[in-house]
Design a protein around this ligand. Structure first.
Ligand code: HEM
Ligand code: HEM
Length: 237
């Protein structure tokens, strides 16, 4: 494996090693926070606070891992000998700058307190990811919600999850204070848990489908619709 192939593993490794274990703890603490609210279990208010703190780390981990995946997709195409990267080095530098800007607005979301600023930085982070993901280099399977491929797209499930997590992080104070927001949050939380399962399945599928960098010229010579590849070269005698 070359350096760029190892880099392609960074996104799944970050998710498996850091995000999914914290997701488990977040869901458990969320259930405990609910049991405390419904007086099923006499627990201290700290379970709710701990749940929200864990949730914030899940959001941060997911956004960072998604930015790493996007950076890999651009870098692997930029470094490939052919075809040439559209827009060349200036466009690549601009994309890296947008990645840095998206990361900065996520960090700002941790710091700001007023509702307007929290909503603005959450939206800015999501807009950054949507803008970066909308580029031609990113494999999205389908952009048409009426096609089956759209619903099995790893990319679209990923950006939907990022949106839900950013919403919960931005609305933390309101979820603590209002029953209506808590109900909305539980619905969004169940959807997030389903998306996390979908992402584990589609991500592993994609890992199986993406060839190593030096195998790409041969593998991309295959007809993916008909599932036929050119006959292999004769082995050296
Ligand atoms: C996998 C994602 C998540 C799930 C499944 C989830 C689930 C839950 C559940 C079941 C509750 C209890 C609601 C109730 O009392 O009826 C809750 C409360 C809460 N969640 Fe989440 N949550 C998730 C992510 C997040 C995130 C990312 C944040 C924000 C950083 C967050 C912030 C909160 C807050 C502030 C409360 C109120 C705690 C309290 O009542 O003491 N959650 N969540
Ligand atoms: C919270 C869970 C996850 C989220 C939100 C997520 C999100 C994303 C997004 C938005 C992309 C598109 C970016 C691009 O194509 O460059 C992507 C790419 C990719 N994801 Fe995930 N993903 C998650 C989990 C996983 C898991 C568990 C695996 C594998 C075990 C995985 C494997 C991949 C692969 C192979 C790519 C292609 C690009 C690359 O290798 O960096 N993902 N992911």
């Amino acid at each position: 494996m070359t350096a760029i192939d190892w880099f392609s593993l960074l996104h799944p490794v970050l998710i498996i090693l850091f995000v999914y274990p914290v997701v488990g703890a977040t869901i458990r603490l969320g259930i405990l926070a609910r049991e405390r609210r419904l007086k099923i279990n006499p627990l201290p208010p700290s379970v709710g606070v701990e749940h929200a703190d864990h949730g914030r780390w899940v959001t941060t981990g997911v956004v960072v891992a998604v930015l790493v995946a996007l950076l890999y997709s651009y870098a692997s195409r930029f470094l490939a000998p052919s075809p040439p990267f559209a827009g060349g080095a200036p466009r690549f530098a601009l994309l890296v700058l947008v990645i840095a800007g998206t990361l900065a607005s996520l960090l700002a979301l941790w710091r700001v307190k007023t509702p307007n600023l929290r909503a603005s930085f959450a939206l800015l982070t999501w807009a950054g990811i949507l803008g970066l993901g909308g580029q031609g280099e990113i494999w999205r399977l389908s952009d048409n919600p009426l096609s089956g491929a759209f619903w099995s797209s790893h990319y679209w499930a990923g950006v939907a999850l990022v949106g839900l997590l950013l919403f919960a992080t931005a609305a933390k104070q309101e979820i603590f204070r209002s029953l209506r927001m808590r109900r909305l949050h539980v619905t969004a939380g169940v959807l997030s848990a389903v998306l996390l399962a979908v992402l584990a399945i589609t991500g592993t599928r994609d890992l199986l489908e993406i060839p190593l960098s030096w195998q790409k010229p041969v593998i991309f010579g295959c007809n993916f619709e008909a599932r036929i590849c050119p006959p292999p070269a004769q082995p050296p005698t």
